[in-house]
Design a protein around this ligand. Structure first.
Ligand code: 3PG
Ligand code: CO
Length: 555
């Protein structure tokens, strides 16, 4: 029968402290002026790289290696941390939604039947990220959803858009709105009353995560549910174009707006009897709005009105909380993660990051599961992130504080695994500010150094890797790799993640002398890291895990 007990590794000892460091948004690319990791002083990461090929290598962090639909899909933190923690590749939300739409199962499930009951007398509201980024949502899925509901009797549809500019180029929101408006016009011709009702930039409206700033969700609530916002327009395209010109506004940070009719009345507040679908498949930035839409008792902000609606998520966003209770596609069932195995085998675990990435190194790492497996053996520490700023204003973020917590955890002797996420490369990379991203990378490198020094002191082992690329390439390129210029003649800044592989380095005084990277796993990816880490703790990985990256040679 099944057992949580892991076999002893035939050659590697137990009892070493293992630091697992995840640099968020830290890929490997050719050195050039848009590679912020190359431009930054990163003596620690540079020295690790000198250990290649035995103690430094690259692993795949995008596309099918992390369960995404195609090799054109850039990596992201959700799928990256899922793979790192679970040791296997699961078909991820993006792909599961594609499959459900292609097979038609999407429209046959309980979640869809539930919202469909409002089609006759209510309005269907669709809230989500409007882009083809493929990280949180995809425009083509929204289009199929619109088509599907129009064929199934919907009478009135209101779309509440969140503009992107983070997983896609800044400024691309205009084109996405044009496409959507066109689709909605087609629906109107078919007799469906379909319109955009409200909008705002994803970082300013609705899509906060890990309870960093409830005001973000409130701004969305006011626009989407109450029909109230500081800006009113009769046309969404005009709204996006005008608001982009406001000081400090860009796609990510557009202020909230509502669409009003000629008499100034909002065209789509959410009212009793309506149905609501949040069409993002990714969980982290949907759980807060899901709580606001679903929880009878809610004290995070004054909702003013709590309409009686039928609400479904594209996916279930939190399996522990069963949130939301209705959803259109079942999420991947990520079971038997390495974290759970290791705790069952007595590994005392410490995990830490700052708020914006805290759930990544806990919830995502543990297969989208909140909380501890065993609170006696685990401690998770969240350092509050600065809120209300864009991280190019504070590129150091909390890297030092995270490293100090990790150092203290390592030196305390109370933990076998000390795991952190260092957010700088990613969070600052997403702002598109090249100078600030260089500062960010330097800060992350210094944090790694502090953790490695502590490992040195206790005779431990380190594993340093990343979840996906971002900071190593800050410019949009053509197929041949040449930087692309915008209409204004300036380069097009790439705020998004990349398709690049990421480094993994192992070392430390506790690493047995014969341990080195195998050379027979050339296509290794993030999912191979879990078995590797289990080995370094002195265990064999379960047989269905992706294979380990290391071998032990006698010398
Ligand atoms: C975000 O949510 O900030 C971006 O869309 C993806 O970034 P992450 O995958 O690194 O969290
Ligand atoms: Co990111």
């Amino acid at each position: 029968g099944f057992s949580w007990k892991l076999a002893d590794h035939p050659k590697l000892p137990k009892g070493k402290t293992v630091a697992v460091v995840v640099l968020d948004g830290w890929g490997e690319a050719t050195p050039n002026e848009y590679n912020c990791i190359h431009k930054a002083e990163t003596p620690c990461m540079d020295s690790l790289k000198k250990g290649a090929p035995e103690r430094w290598r690259l692993v795949r962090a995008h596309g099918t290696a992390v369960g995404l639909p195609t090799e054109d899909d850039m990596g992201n933190s959700e799928v990256g941390h899922n793979a790192l923690g679970a040791g296997r590749i699961f078909a991820q939300g993006a792909k599961l939604v594609d499959l459900a739409l292609a097979s038609g199962k999407f429209f046959e499930g309980g979640g869809f039947k539930y919202i469909k009951e409002s089609f006759e007398n209510g309005t269907l509201h669709l809230i989500g990220l409007l882009s083809d980024g493929g990280v949180h949502s995809r425009l083509d899925q929204l289009q199929l959803l619109l088509k599907g509901v129009s064929e199934r009797g919907v009478k009135r549809v209101r779309v509440h858009i969140l503009t992107d500019g983070r997983d896609v180029l800044d400024g691309s929101s205009v084109g996405f709105v044009e496409t959507l408006e066109n689709d909605l016009a087609n629906l109107r011709e078919k007799g469906v009353d379909a319109r955009i009702a409200s909008g705002g930039g994803r970082m300013n409206v609705t899509m906060d995560r890990y309870e960093n700033d409830w005001n973000v969700v409130k701004r969305g609530w006011d626009a989407q549910v109450l029909g109230e916002a500081p800006y009113k327009f009769t046309n969404a395209l005009e709204a996006v174009k005008k608001l982009r010109a406001e000081p400090k506004a860009n796609d990510q940070y557009l202020p909230p707006f509502v669409i009003v009719d000629e008499s100034g009345k909002p065209v789509g507040p959410i009212v009793d009897g309506d149905a609501v679908v949040t069409f993002n498949f990714r969980a982290d930035r949907m759980t807060m709005i899901a709580k606001a839409l679903e929880y009878e008792n809610f004290d995070k902000f004054d909702r003013v009105r709590f309409p009686k609606i039928r609400y479904a998520g594209m996916l279930e966003y939190d399996g522990e909380l069963k949130l939301p209770s209705h959803y259109l596609v079942s999420p991947p069932e990520i079971d038997r993660t390495s974290g759970e195995y290791l705790v069952y085998n007595g590994i005392r675990t410490f995990a830490c990051s700052e708020t914006v990435k805290f759930g990544h190194v806990t919830f995502f790492w543990n297969g989208n599961r909140s909380g501890y497996f065993n609170s006696e053996l685990e401690e998770y520490v969240e350092i509050p992130s600065d809120s209300g700023i864009t991280f190019n204003e504070q590129p150091l973020m909390k890297a030092l504080q995270i490293a100090e917590k990790a150092r203290d955890a390592i030196l305390s002797g109370k933990f076998d695994q000390v795991r952190v996420n260092l957010p700088n490369g990613d969070m600052v990379g997403h702002t598109g500010d090249i100078e600030a991203t260089v500062v960010a990378c330097k800060a992350a490198d210094a944090a790694v150094k502090m953790i490695l020094d502590a490992i040195e002191q206790v005779g431990g082992i380190y594993v340093v890797t990343a979840d996906h690329g971002n900071a190593e390439d800050m410019v949009k390129r053509d197929k041949s790799g040449k930087p692309l210029l915008g209409k204004d003649g300036k380069i097009q800044i790439l705020t998004s993640h990349t398709l690049e592989p990421v480094p993994i380095a192992i070392g430390g005084p506790g690493l047995a002398p014969g341990v080195r990277f195998r050379n027979d796993v050339p296509t290794g990816g993030l999912a191979n890291v879990a078995a590797t880490v289990m080995n370094l703790h002195g265990f064999e990985a379960p047989s269905d895990y992706e294979t380990t990256l290391v071998e032990v040679v006698d010398n």
